[in-house]
Design a binder for this molecule. Structure first.
Ligand code: FES
Ligand code: FES
Length: 901
């Protein structure tokens, strides 16, 4: 036995052979040490060894023996936060908080000199949520929070209620659980893009010490389902099985091994011998629809021909006539890449059988209720036998609107009667999880000399990959708001979602609209250039206005409606700020060209399919409130927003409302937290429940005090009735005597759907020879209705814009000719670091939405959409060359600029 000193405590423990310090510390239940990659790329696992920061996943555990190891849990002394923890607290330098422990551990070791160069000093720590602005604020000692005062919750920048837990490492994420008798599951993934499994020899795997079971397609329920989670399961094709006898992409799970340790499960996977019959492949959606292309699925899963899963088309007006009326035409094909969500917390779940004889699943999911429905269907058991819930979720961005781990852990735990855990690796995220859909969009657009659009024709090929979850819905989104954003009497569109042997597409922030926004916004700019009209004016002239039908390519009535309208103000703000400038000049030298670009985005707040949320409120004996809502908190700030909505309705302090969320046993039903529904549906349910609670209290108080109801009003922790004040404690006690429980529950549905707008402006410099881009000025204006929590809304937009820059400039999943991803590591498939993320000035239009709760609407989704086209427009302005294919990496820029020269 060896001895380790961790956070001042002595542990007698022996690392296993080859074990890294990260997993060793977590085996000691030191859960503040996180995993984002296990490869030294993300910094989530940063700890101090004798005062120096190390990525603990790169340190062999035995090297920690006899050294002083400090983790985030050991930073605070005598209950006092370390000044850096306090700085992260005051700046609210996190969203999901998964990176925070590692970020703080690095930050506390920085010298003053290093703090002057944070892009360099923090290069080893990634954050996917914040865009690094609030982290920068923390290091500069800025305070972004306001006091929590009764009656002033709405519009206040209040801190996340779990702030202390996050900055001290006490917040528990999905995998932060020690559980007796836990088994570990790992899967063998297909090395082939298309292959039939002829046989699987399990004997060697079963002989690996610690391996308990091996499951393959013969063992699992033969029920087809979709991993996508929606309210209406019919919008996604049932084309997946728990384990299948055909692999349709490289990375598809082939067999599951369950073992006493993770290492044994991995060794079991390596020992499996699988015989494959290789099948023909197709990766390009355009080729996949050609006659004779290999078919991915049985004929009854495709709707039209070959691999087309879904076609959407329509026309309003007469597009041919519209083009004849045009003075100028522009036609071009634009394409966007598949990218990964890279939520720092990977997918994972833990399942066990409870003393109540039910199955409990703790999961990193954006939609635990929808997951429960689907799990019940797959396993053929009633949903009431399942309890699905989240702890803190370390980011989602749409990637956790999928059932990708819960099904196998539940299956294994039901078979084995023991708890089973499955935590994905970063490589699995890249090759086995869903991605943004790659789309290729041809746009033809015409206008009169004065800039009035006469016709718009859009054709989209969406590569849905091997499975069709979200394929139809993202295509519908692609064909909707980006086209509806402009007034034009003649519009036409056709879009196909096509099966190929690529990693499946899925939901991703911006959800399909990002891809066509890129194409349409570039095309609008090209028209403006042809007509010599200012790009801002071109947009002002043609963008939809209140009173217009919000019309894409379909004549059917639509429930989208202007609850508020701030696009004009957003355009004005961005134009004003770019004109004003920020004093940053382009680098010296004739090779540097400078340009400016703008793009807008419009998004319906919420999916067109039915979406439901419920909220429950109770008054507690001590006069505080309990709120239960089914929405998932994953860094979107939804529990803070829900508490603020409730507090503002009840005239109380946010701190007096305790909240639970996302738990199928303990909270009301919620379809899932995606597509902006956390505020517009979940928030509405909270609004209604808090209003009902307020009515209930005032009614009761009026009867109790014998004072007319119109003379009674809530006042923080009491009710003023005429000239007397009754405390909520007293009211609760009086209620208990007559069995009045002060408990209310309300539901909200999503219709009508309001509209959010975002405008991005970019001024940049591009080096004509090297292709390097430097963003000189980045401005973003958002019409999100009333910001419930301005600091949090700014943070969401910071993160969305940073993700937009990542998509435009940095991120690139590269696949070879056989469908293998060649760069499935964060160091090779990069996401923006601190240094890659330009500072963006964020502004809000001054609007109050008439549809969303308390005037709010979508706050964190749409900000990503105008970024890539604004960058492309700025590049075109700088160089005269249109970059129509993402990403704009230096090598691609260099090649195109050289060709243009
Ligand atoms: S988990 Fe260690 S650097 Fe990512
Ligand atoms: S807050 Fe940094 S990864 Fe979520």
């Amino acid at each position: 036995m060896t001895h380790f000193h961790v956070n001042g405590r002595r542990y007698a423990a022996k690392p296993t052979a080859g074990q890294c310090l990260r997993t060793f510390l977590r085996d000691l239940d030191v859960f503040g040490v996180k995993k984002g990659c296990d490869a030294g790329d993300c910094g989530a696992c940063t700890v101090h060894i004798d005062g120096q920061p190390f990525h603990s996943c790169l340190v062999p555990a035995f090297r920690g023996e006899g050294r002083e190891i400090t983790t985030i849990e050991g930073l605070a002394t005598n209950g006092e936060l370390h000044p850096m923890q306090k700085a992260f607290h005051d700046a609210q330098a996190f969203q999901c908080g998964y990176c925070t422990a590692g970020m703080i551990m690095t930050a506390v070791t920085l010298t003053d000199a290093q703090k002057t160069d944070l892009p360099h000093a923090l290069k080893g720590n990634l954050c996917r949520c914040t865009g690094y602005r609030s982290i920068n604020d923390a290091l500069l000692g800025r305070c972004n929070i306001e006091p929590d005062e009764a009656g002033k919750a709405l519009g206040a920048s209040l801190p996340n209620p779990f702030t202390d837990a996050i900055v001290t490492g006490k917040a528990r994420y999905t995998m932060d659980l020690a559980i007796e008798g836990l088994l570990h599951l790992k899967v063998l993934r297909s090395p082939h893009a298309h292959a039939r499994i002829v046989s699987i020899d399990r004997s060697a795997a079963l002989a690996v010490p610690g391996v308990v079971a091996v499951y393959a397609w013969e063992d699992v329920p033969k029920r087809l389902f979709s991993s996508a989670l929606h309210e209406d399961h019919l919008v996604d094709p049932d084309d997946i099985m728990l384990l299948d006898n055909v692999a349709r992409f490289v990375g598809q799970r082939v067999a599951a091994v369950v073992a006493e340790t993770e290492a044994a499960a991995e060794a079991g996977c390596r020992a499996l011998h699988v015989e494959y019959e290789i099948l023909p492949t197709v990766f390009d959606p355009v080729l996949a629809v050609q006659p004779g292309a290999p078919l991915l699925h049985d004929k009854d899963l495709v709707t039209a021909s070959n691999n087309i899963f879904c076609t959407l088309q329509g026309e309003i007006g007469d597009v041919a006539k519209g083009f004849k009326e045009a003075d100028v035409l522009h036609e071009q094909t634009y394409s966007t890449t598949r990218v990964q969500h890279v939520h720092l917390e990977t997918h994972g779940s833990i399942a066990w059988k409870g003393e109540d004889d039910r199955w409990h699943i703790r999961t990193s999911s954006q939609a635990p209720f929808a997951a429960r429905q689907k799990l019940a269907y797959i396993m053929g058991i009633p949903p009431r036998d399942l309890h699905v819930f989240t702890e803190r979720v370390g980011g989602g961005f749409g990637g956790k609107q999928e059932l990708v781990s819960e099904d196998l852990v539940l299956f294994a735990t039901m078979k084995l009667g023991r708890p089973v855990k499955w935590e994905w690796s970063r490589e699995e995220e890249f090759i086995g999880a869903t991605t943004r859909h790659q789309m290729t969009t041809r746009v033809k657009i015409g206008a009169r000399k004065d800039g009035t659009l006469t016709a718009l024709d859009v054709e989209v090929f969406s590569n849905t990959g091997a499975y069709g979850g979200h394929g139809g819905e993202t295509l519908a989104a692609a064909m909707a708001s980006p086209i509806a954003a402009y007034r034009c009497a003649n519009k036409k569109g056709i879009g196909h979602a096509v099966y190929t042997n690529m990693t499946p597409g899925g939901g991703f922030r911006g959800y399909g609209a990002s891809q066509t926004t890129f194409a349409v916004e570039c095309a609008i700019d090209e028209l403006a250039r042809l007509l010599d009209i200012d790009p801002f004016e071109m947009r002002r002239k043609n963008v939809v206005r209140p009173g217009d039908n919000i019309e894409s390519i379909w004549k059917e009535p639509n429930d989208a409606s202007f609850g508020s309208y701030g696009i004009g103000e957003c355009l004005d703000i961005v134009e004003r700020e770019l004109q004003k400038g920020n004093g940053v000049t382009k680098p010296e030298g004739a090779e540097w060209a400078e340009g400016q670009g703008v793009a807008l985005a419009m998004l319906e707040c919420g999916p067109p399919t039915e979406h439901r949320s419920g909220a429950e409120m109770r008054l507690l004996p001590d006069g505080t409130y309990h709120l239960a809502c089914g929405s998932t908190e994953m860094g979107n700030g939804i529990i803070t927003a829900h508490k603020q909505i409730a507090a503002s309705m009840l005239g109380t302090r946010v701190d007096d409302i305790d909240i639970i969320n996302a738990d199928t046993d303990r909270t009301p039903y919620d379809t899932g937290t995606f597509a902006s529904t956390g505020v517009v549906v979940g928030g509405k349910a909270v609004h209604l429940a808090a209003q009902a609670m307020s009515d209930d209290i005032i009614n009761f108080a009026s009867r109790y005090a014998g004072v007319a109801i119109d003379q009674c009003r809530l006042d923080n922790d009491g009710v003023i009735c005429g000239n007397q004040r009754i405390s909520l404690r007293e009211l609760h006690a009086e209620g208990a005597k007559v069995d009045h429980r002060f408990s209310v529950s309300r539901r909200a549905y999503l219709s009508p759907r309001t509209i959010a707008f975002n405008v991005q402006g970019v001024r940049l410099a591009v080096h004509r020879v090297t292709g390097e881009i430097r963003v000189l000025h980045s401005v973003h204006a958002a019409d999100i209705g009333r910001p419930i929590n301005p600091m949090q809304c700014r943070g969401q937009l910071d993160g969305a814009v940073a993700m937009g820059y990542g998509w435009a400039l940095v991120e690139n999943m590269v696949h070879d000719d056989e469908g293998h991803m060649v760069n499935p590591q964060l160091r090779n498939c990069r996401i923006p670091t601190f240094a890659d993320t330009p500072h963006t000035d964020i502004f809000f239009a001054d609007t109050i939405d008439l549809i969303g709760p308390l005037g709010a609407k979508s706050q964190g989704e749409c900000g990503i959409n105008p970024v890539a086209p604004a960058v492309s427009n700025a590049l075109a302005n700088a160089t005269g060359v249109r970059f129509a294919h993402l990403p704009f990496t230096p090598d691609r820029l260099f090649a195109k600029l050289a060709a243009a020269k």
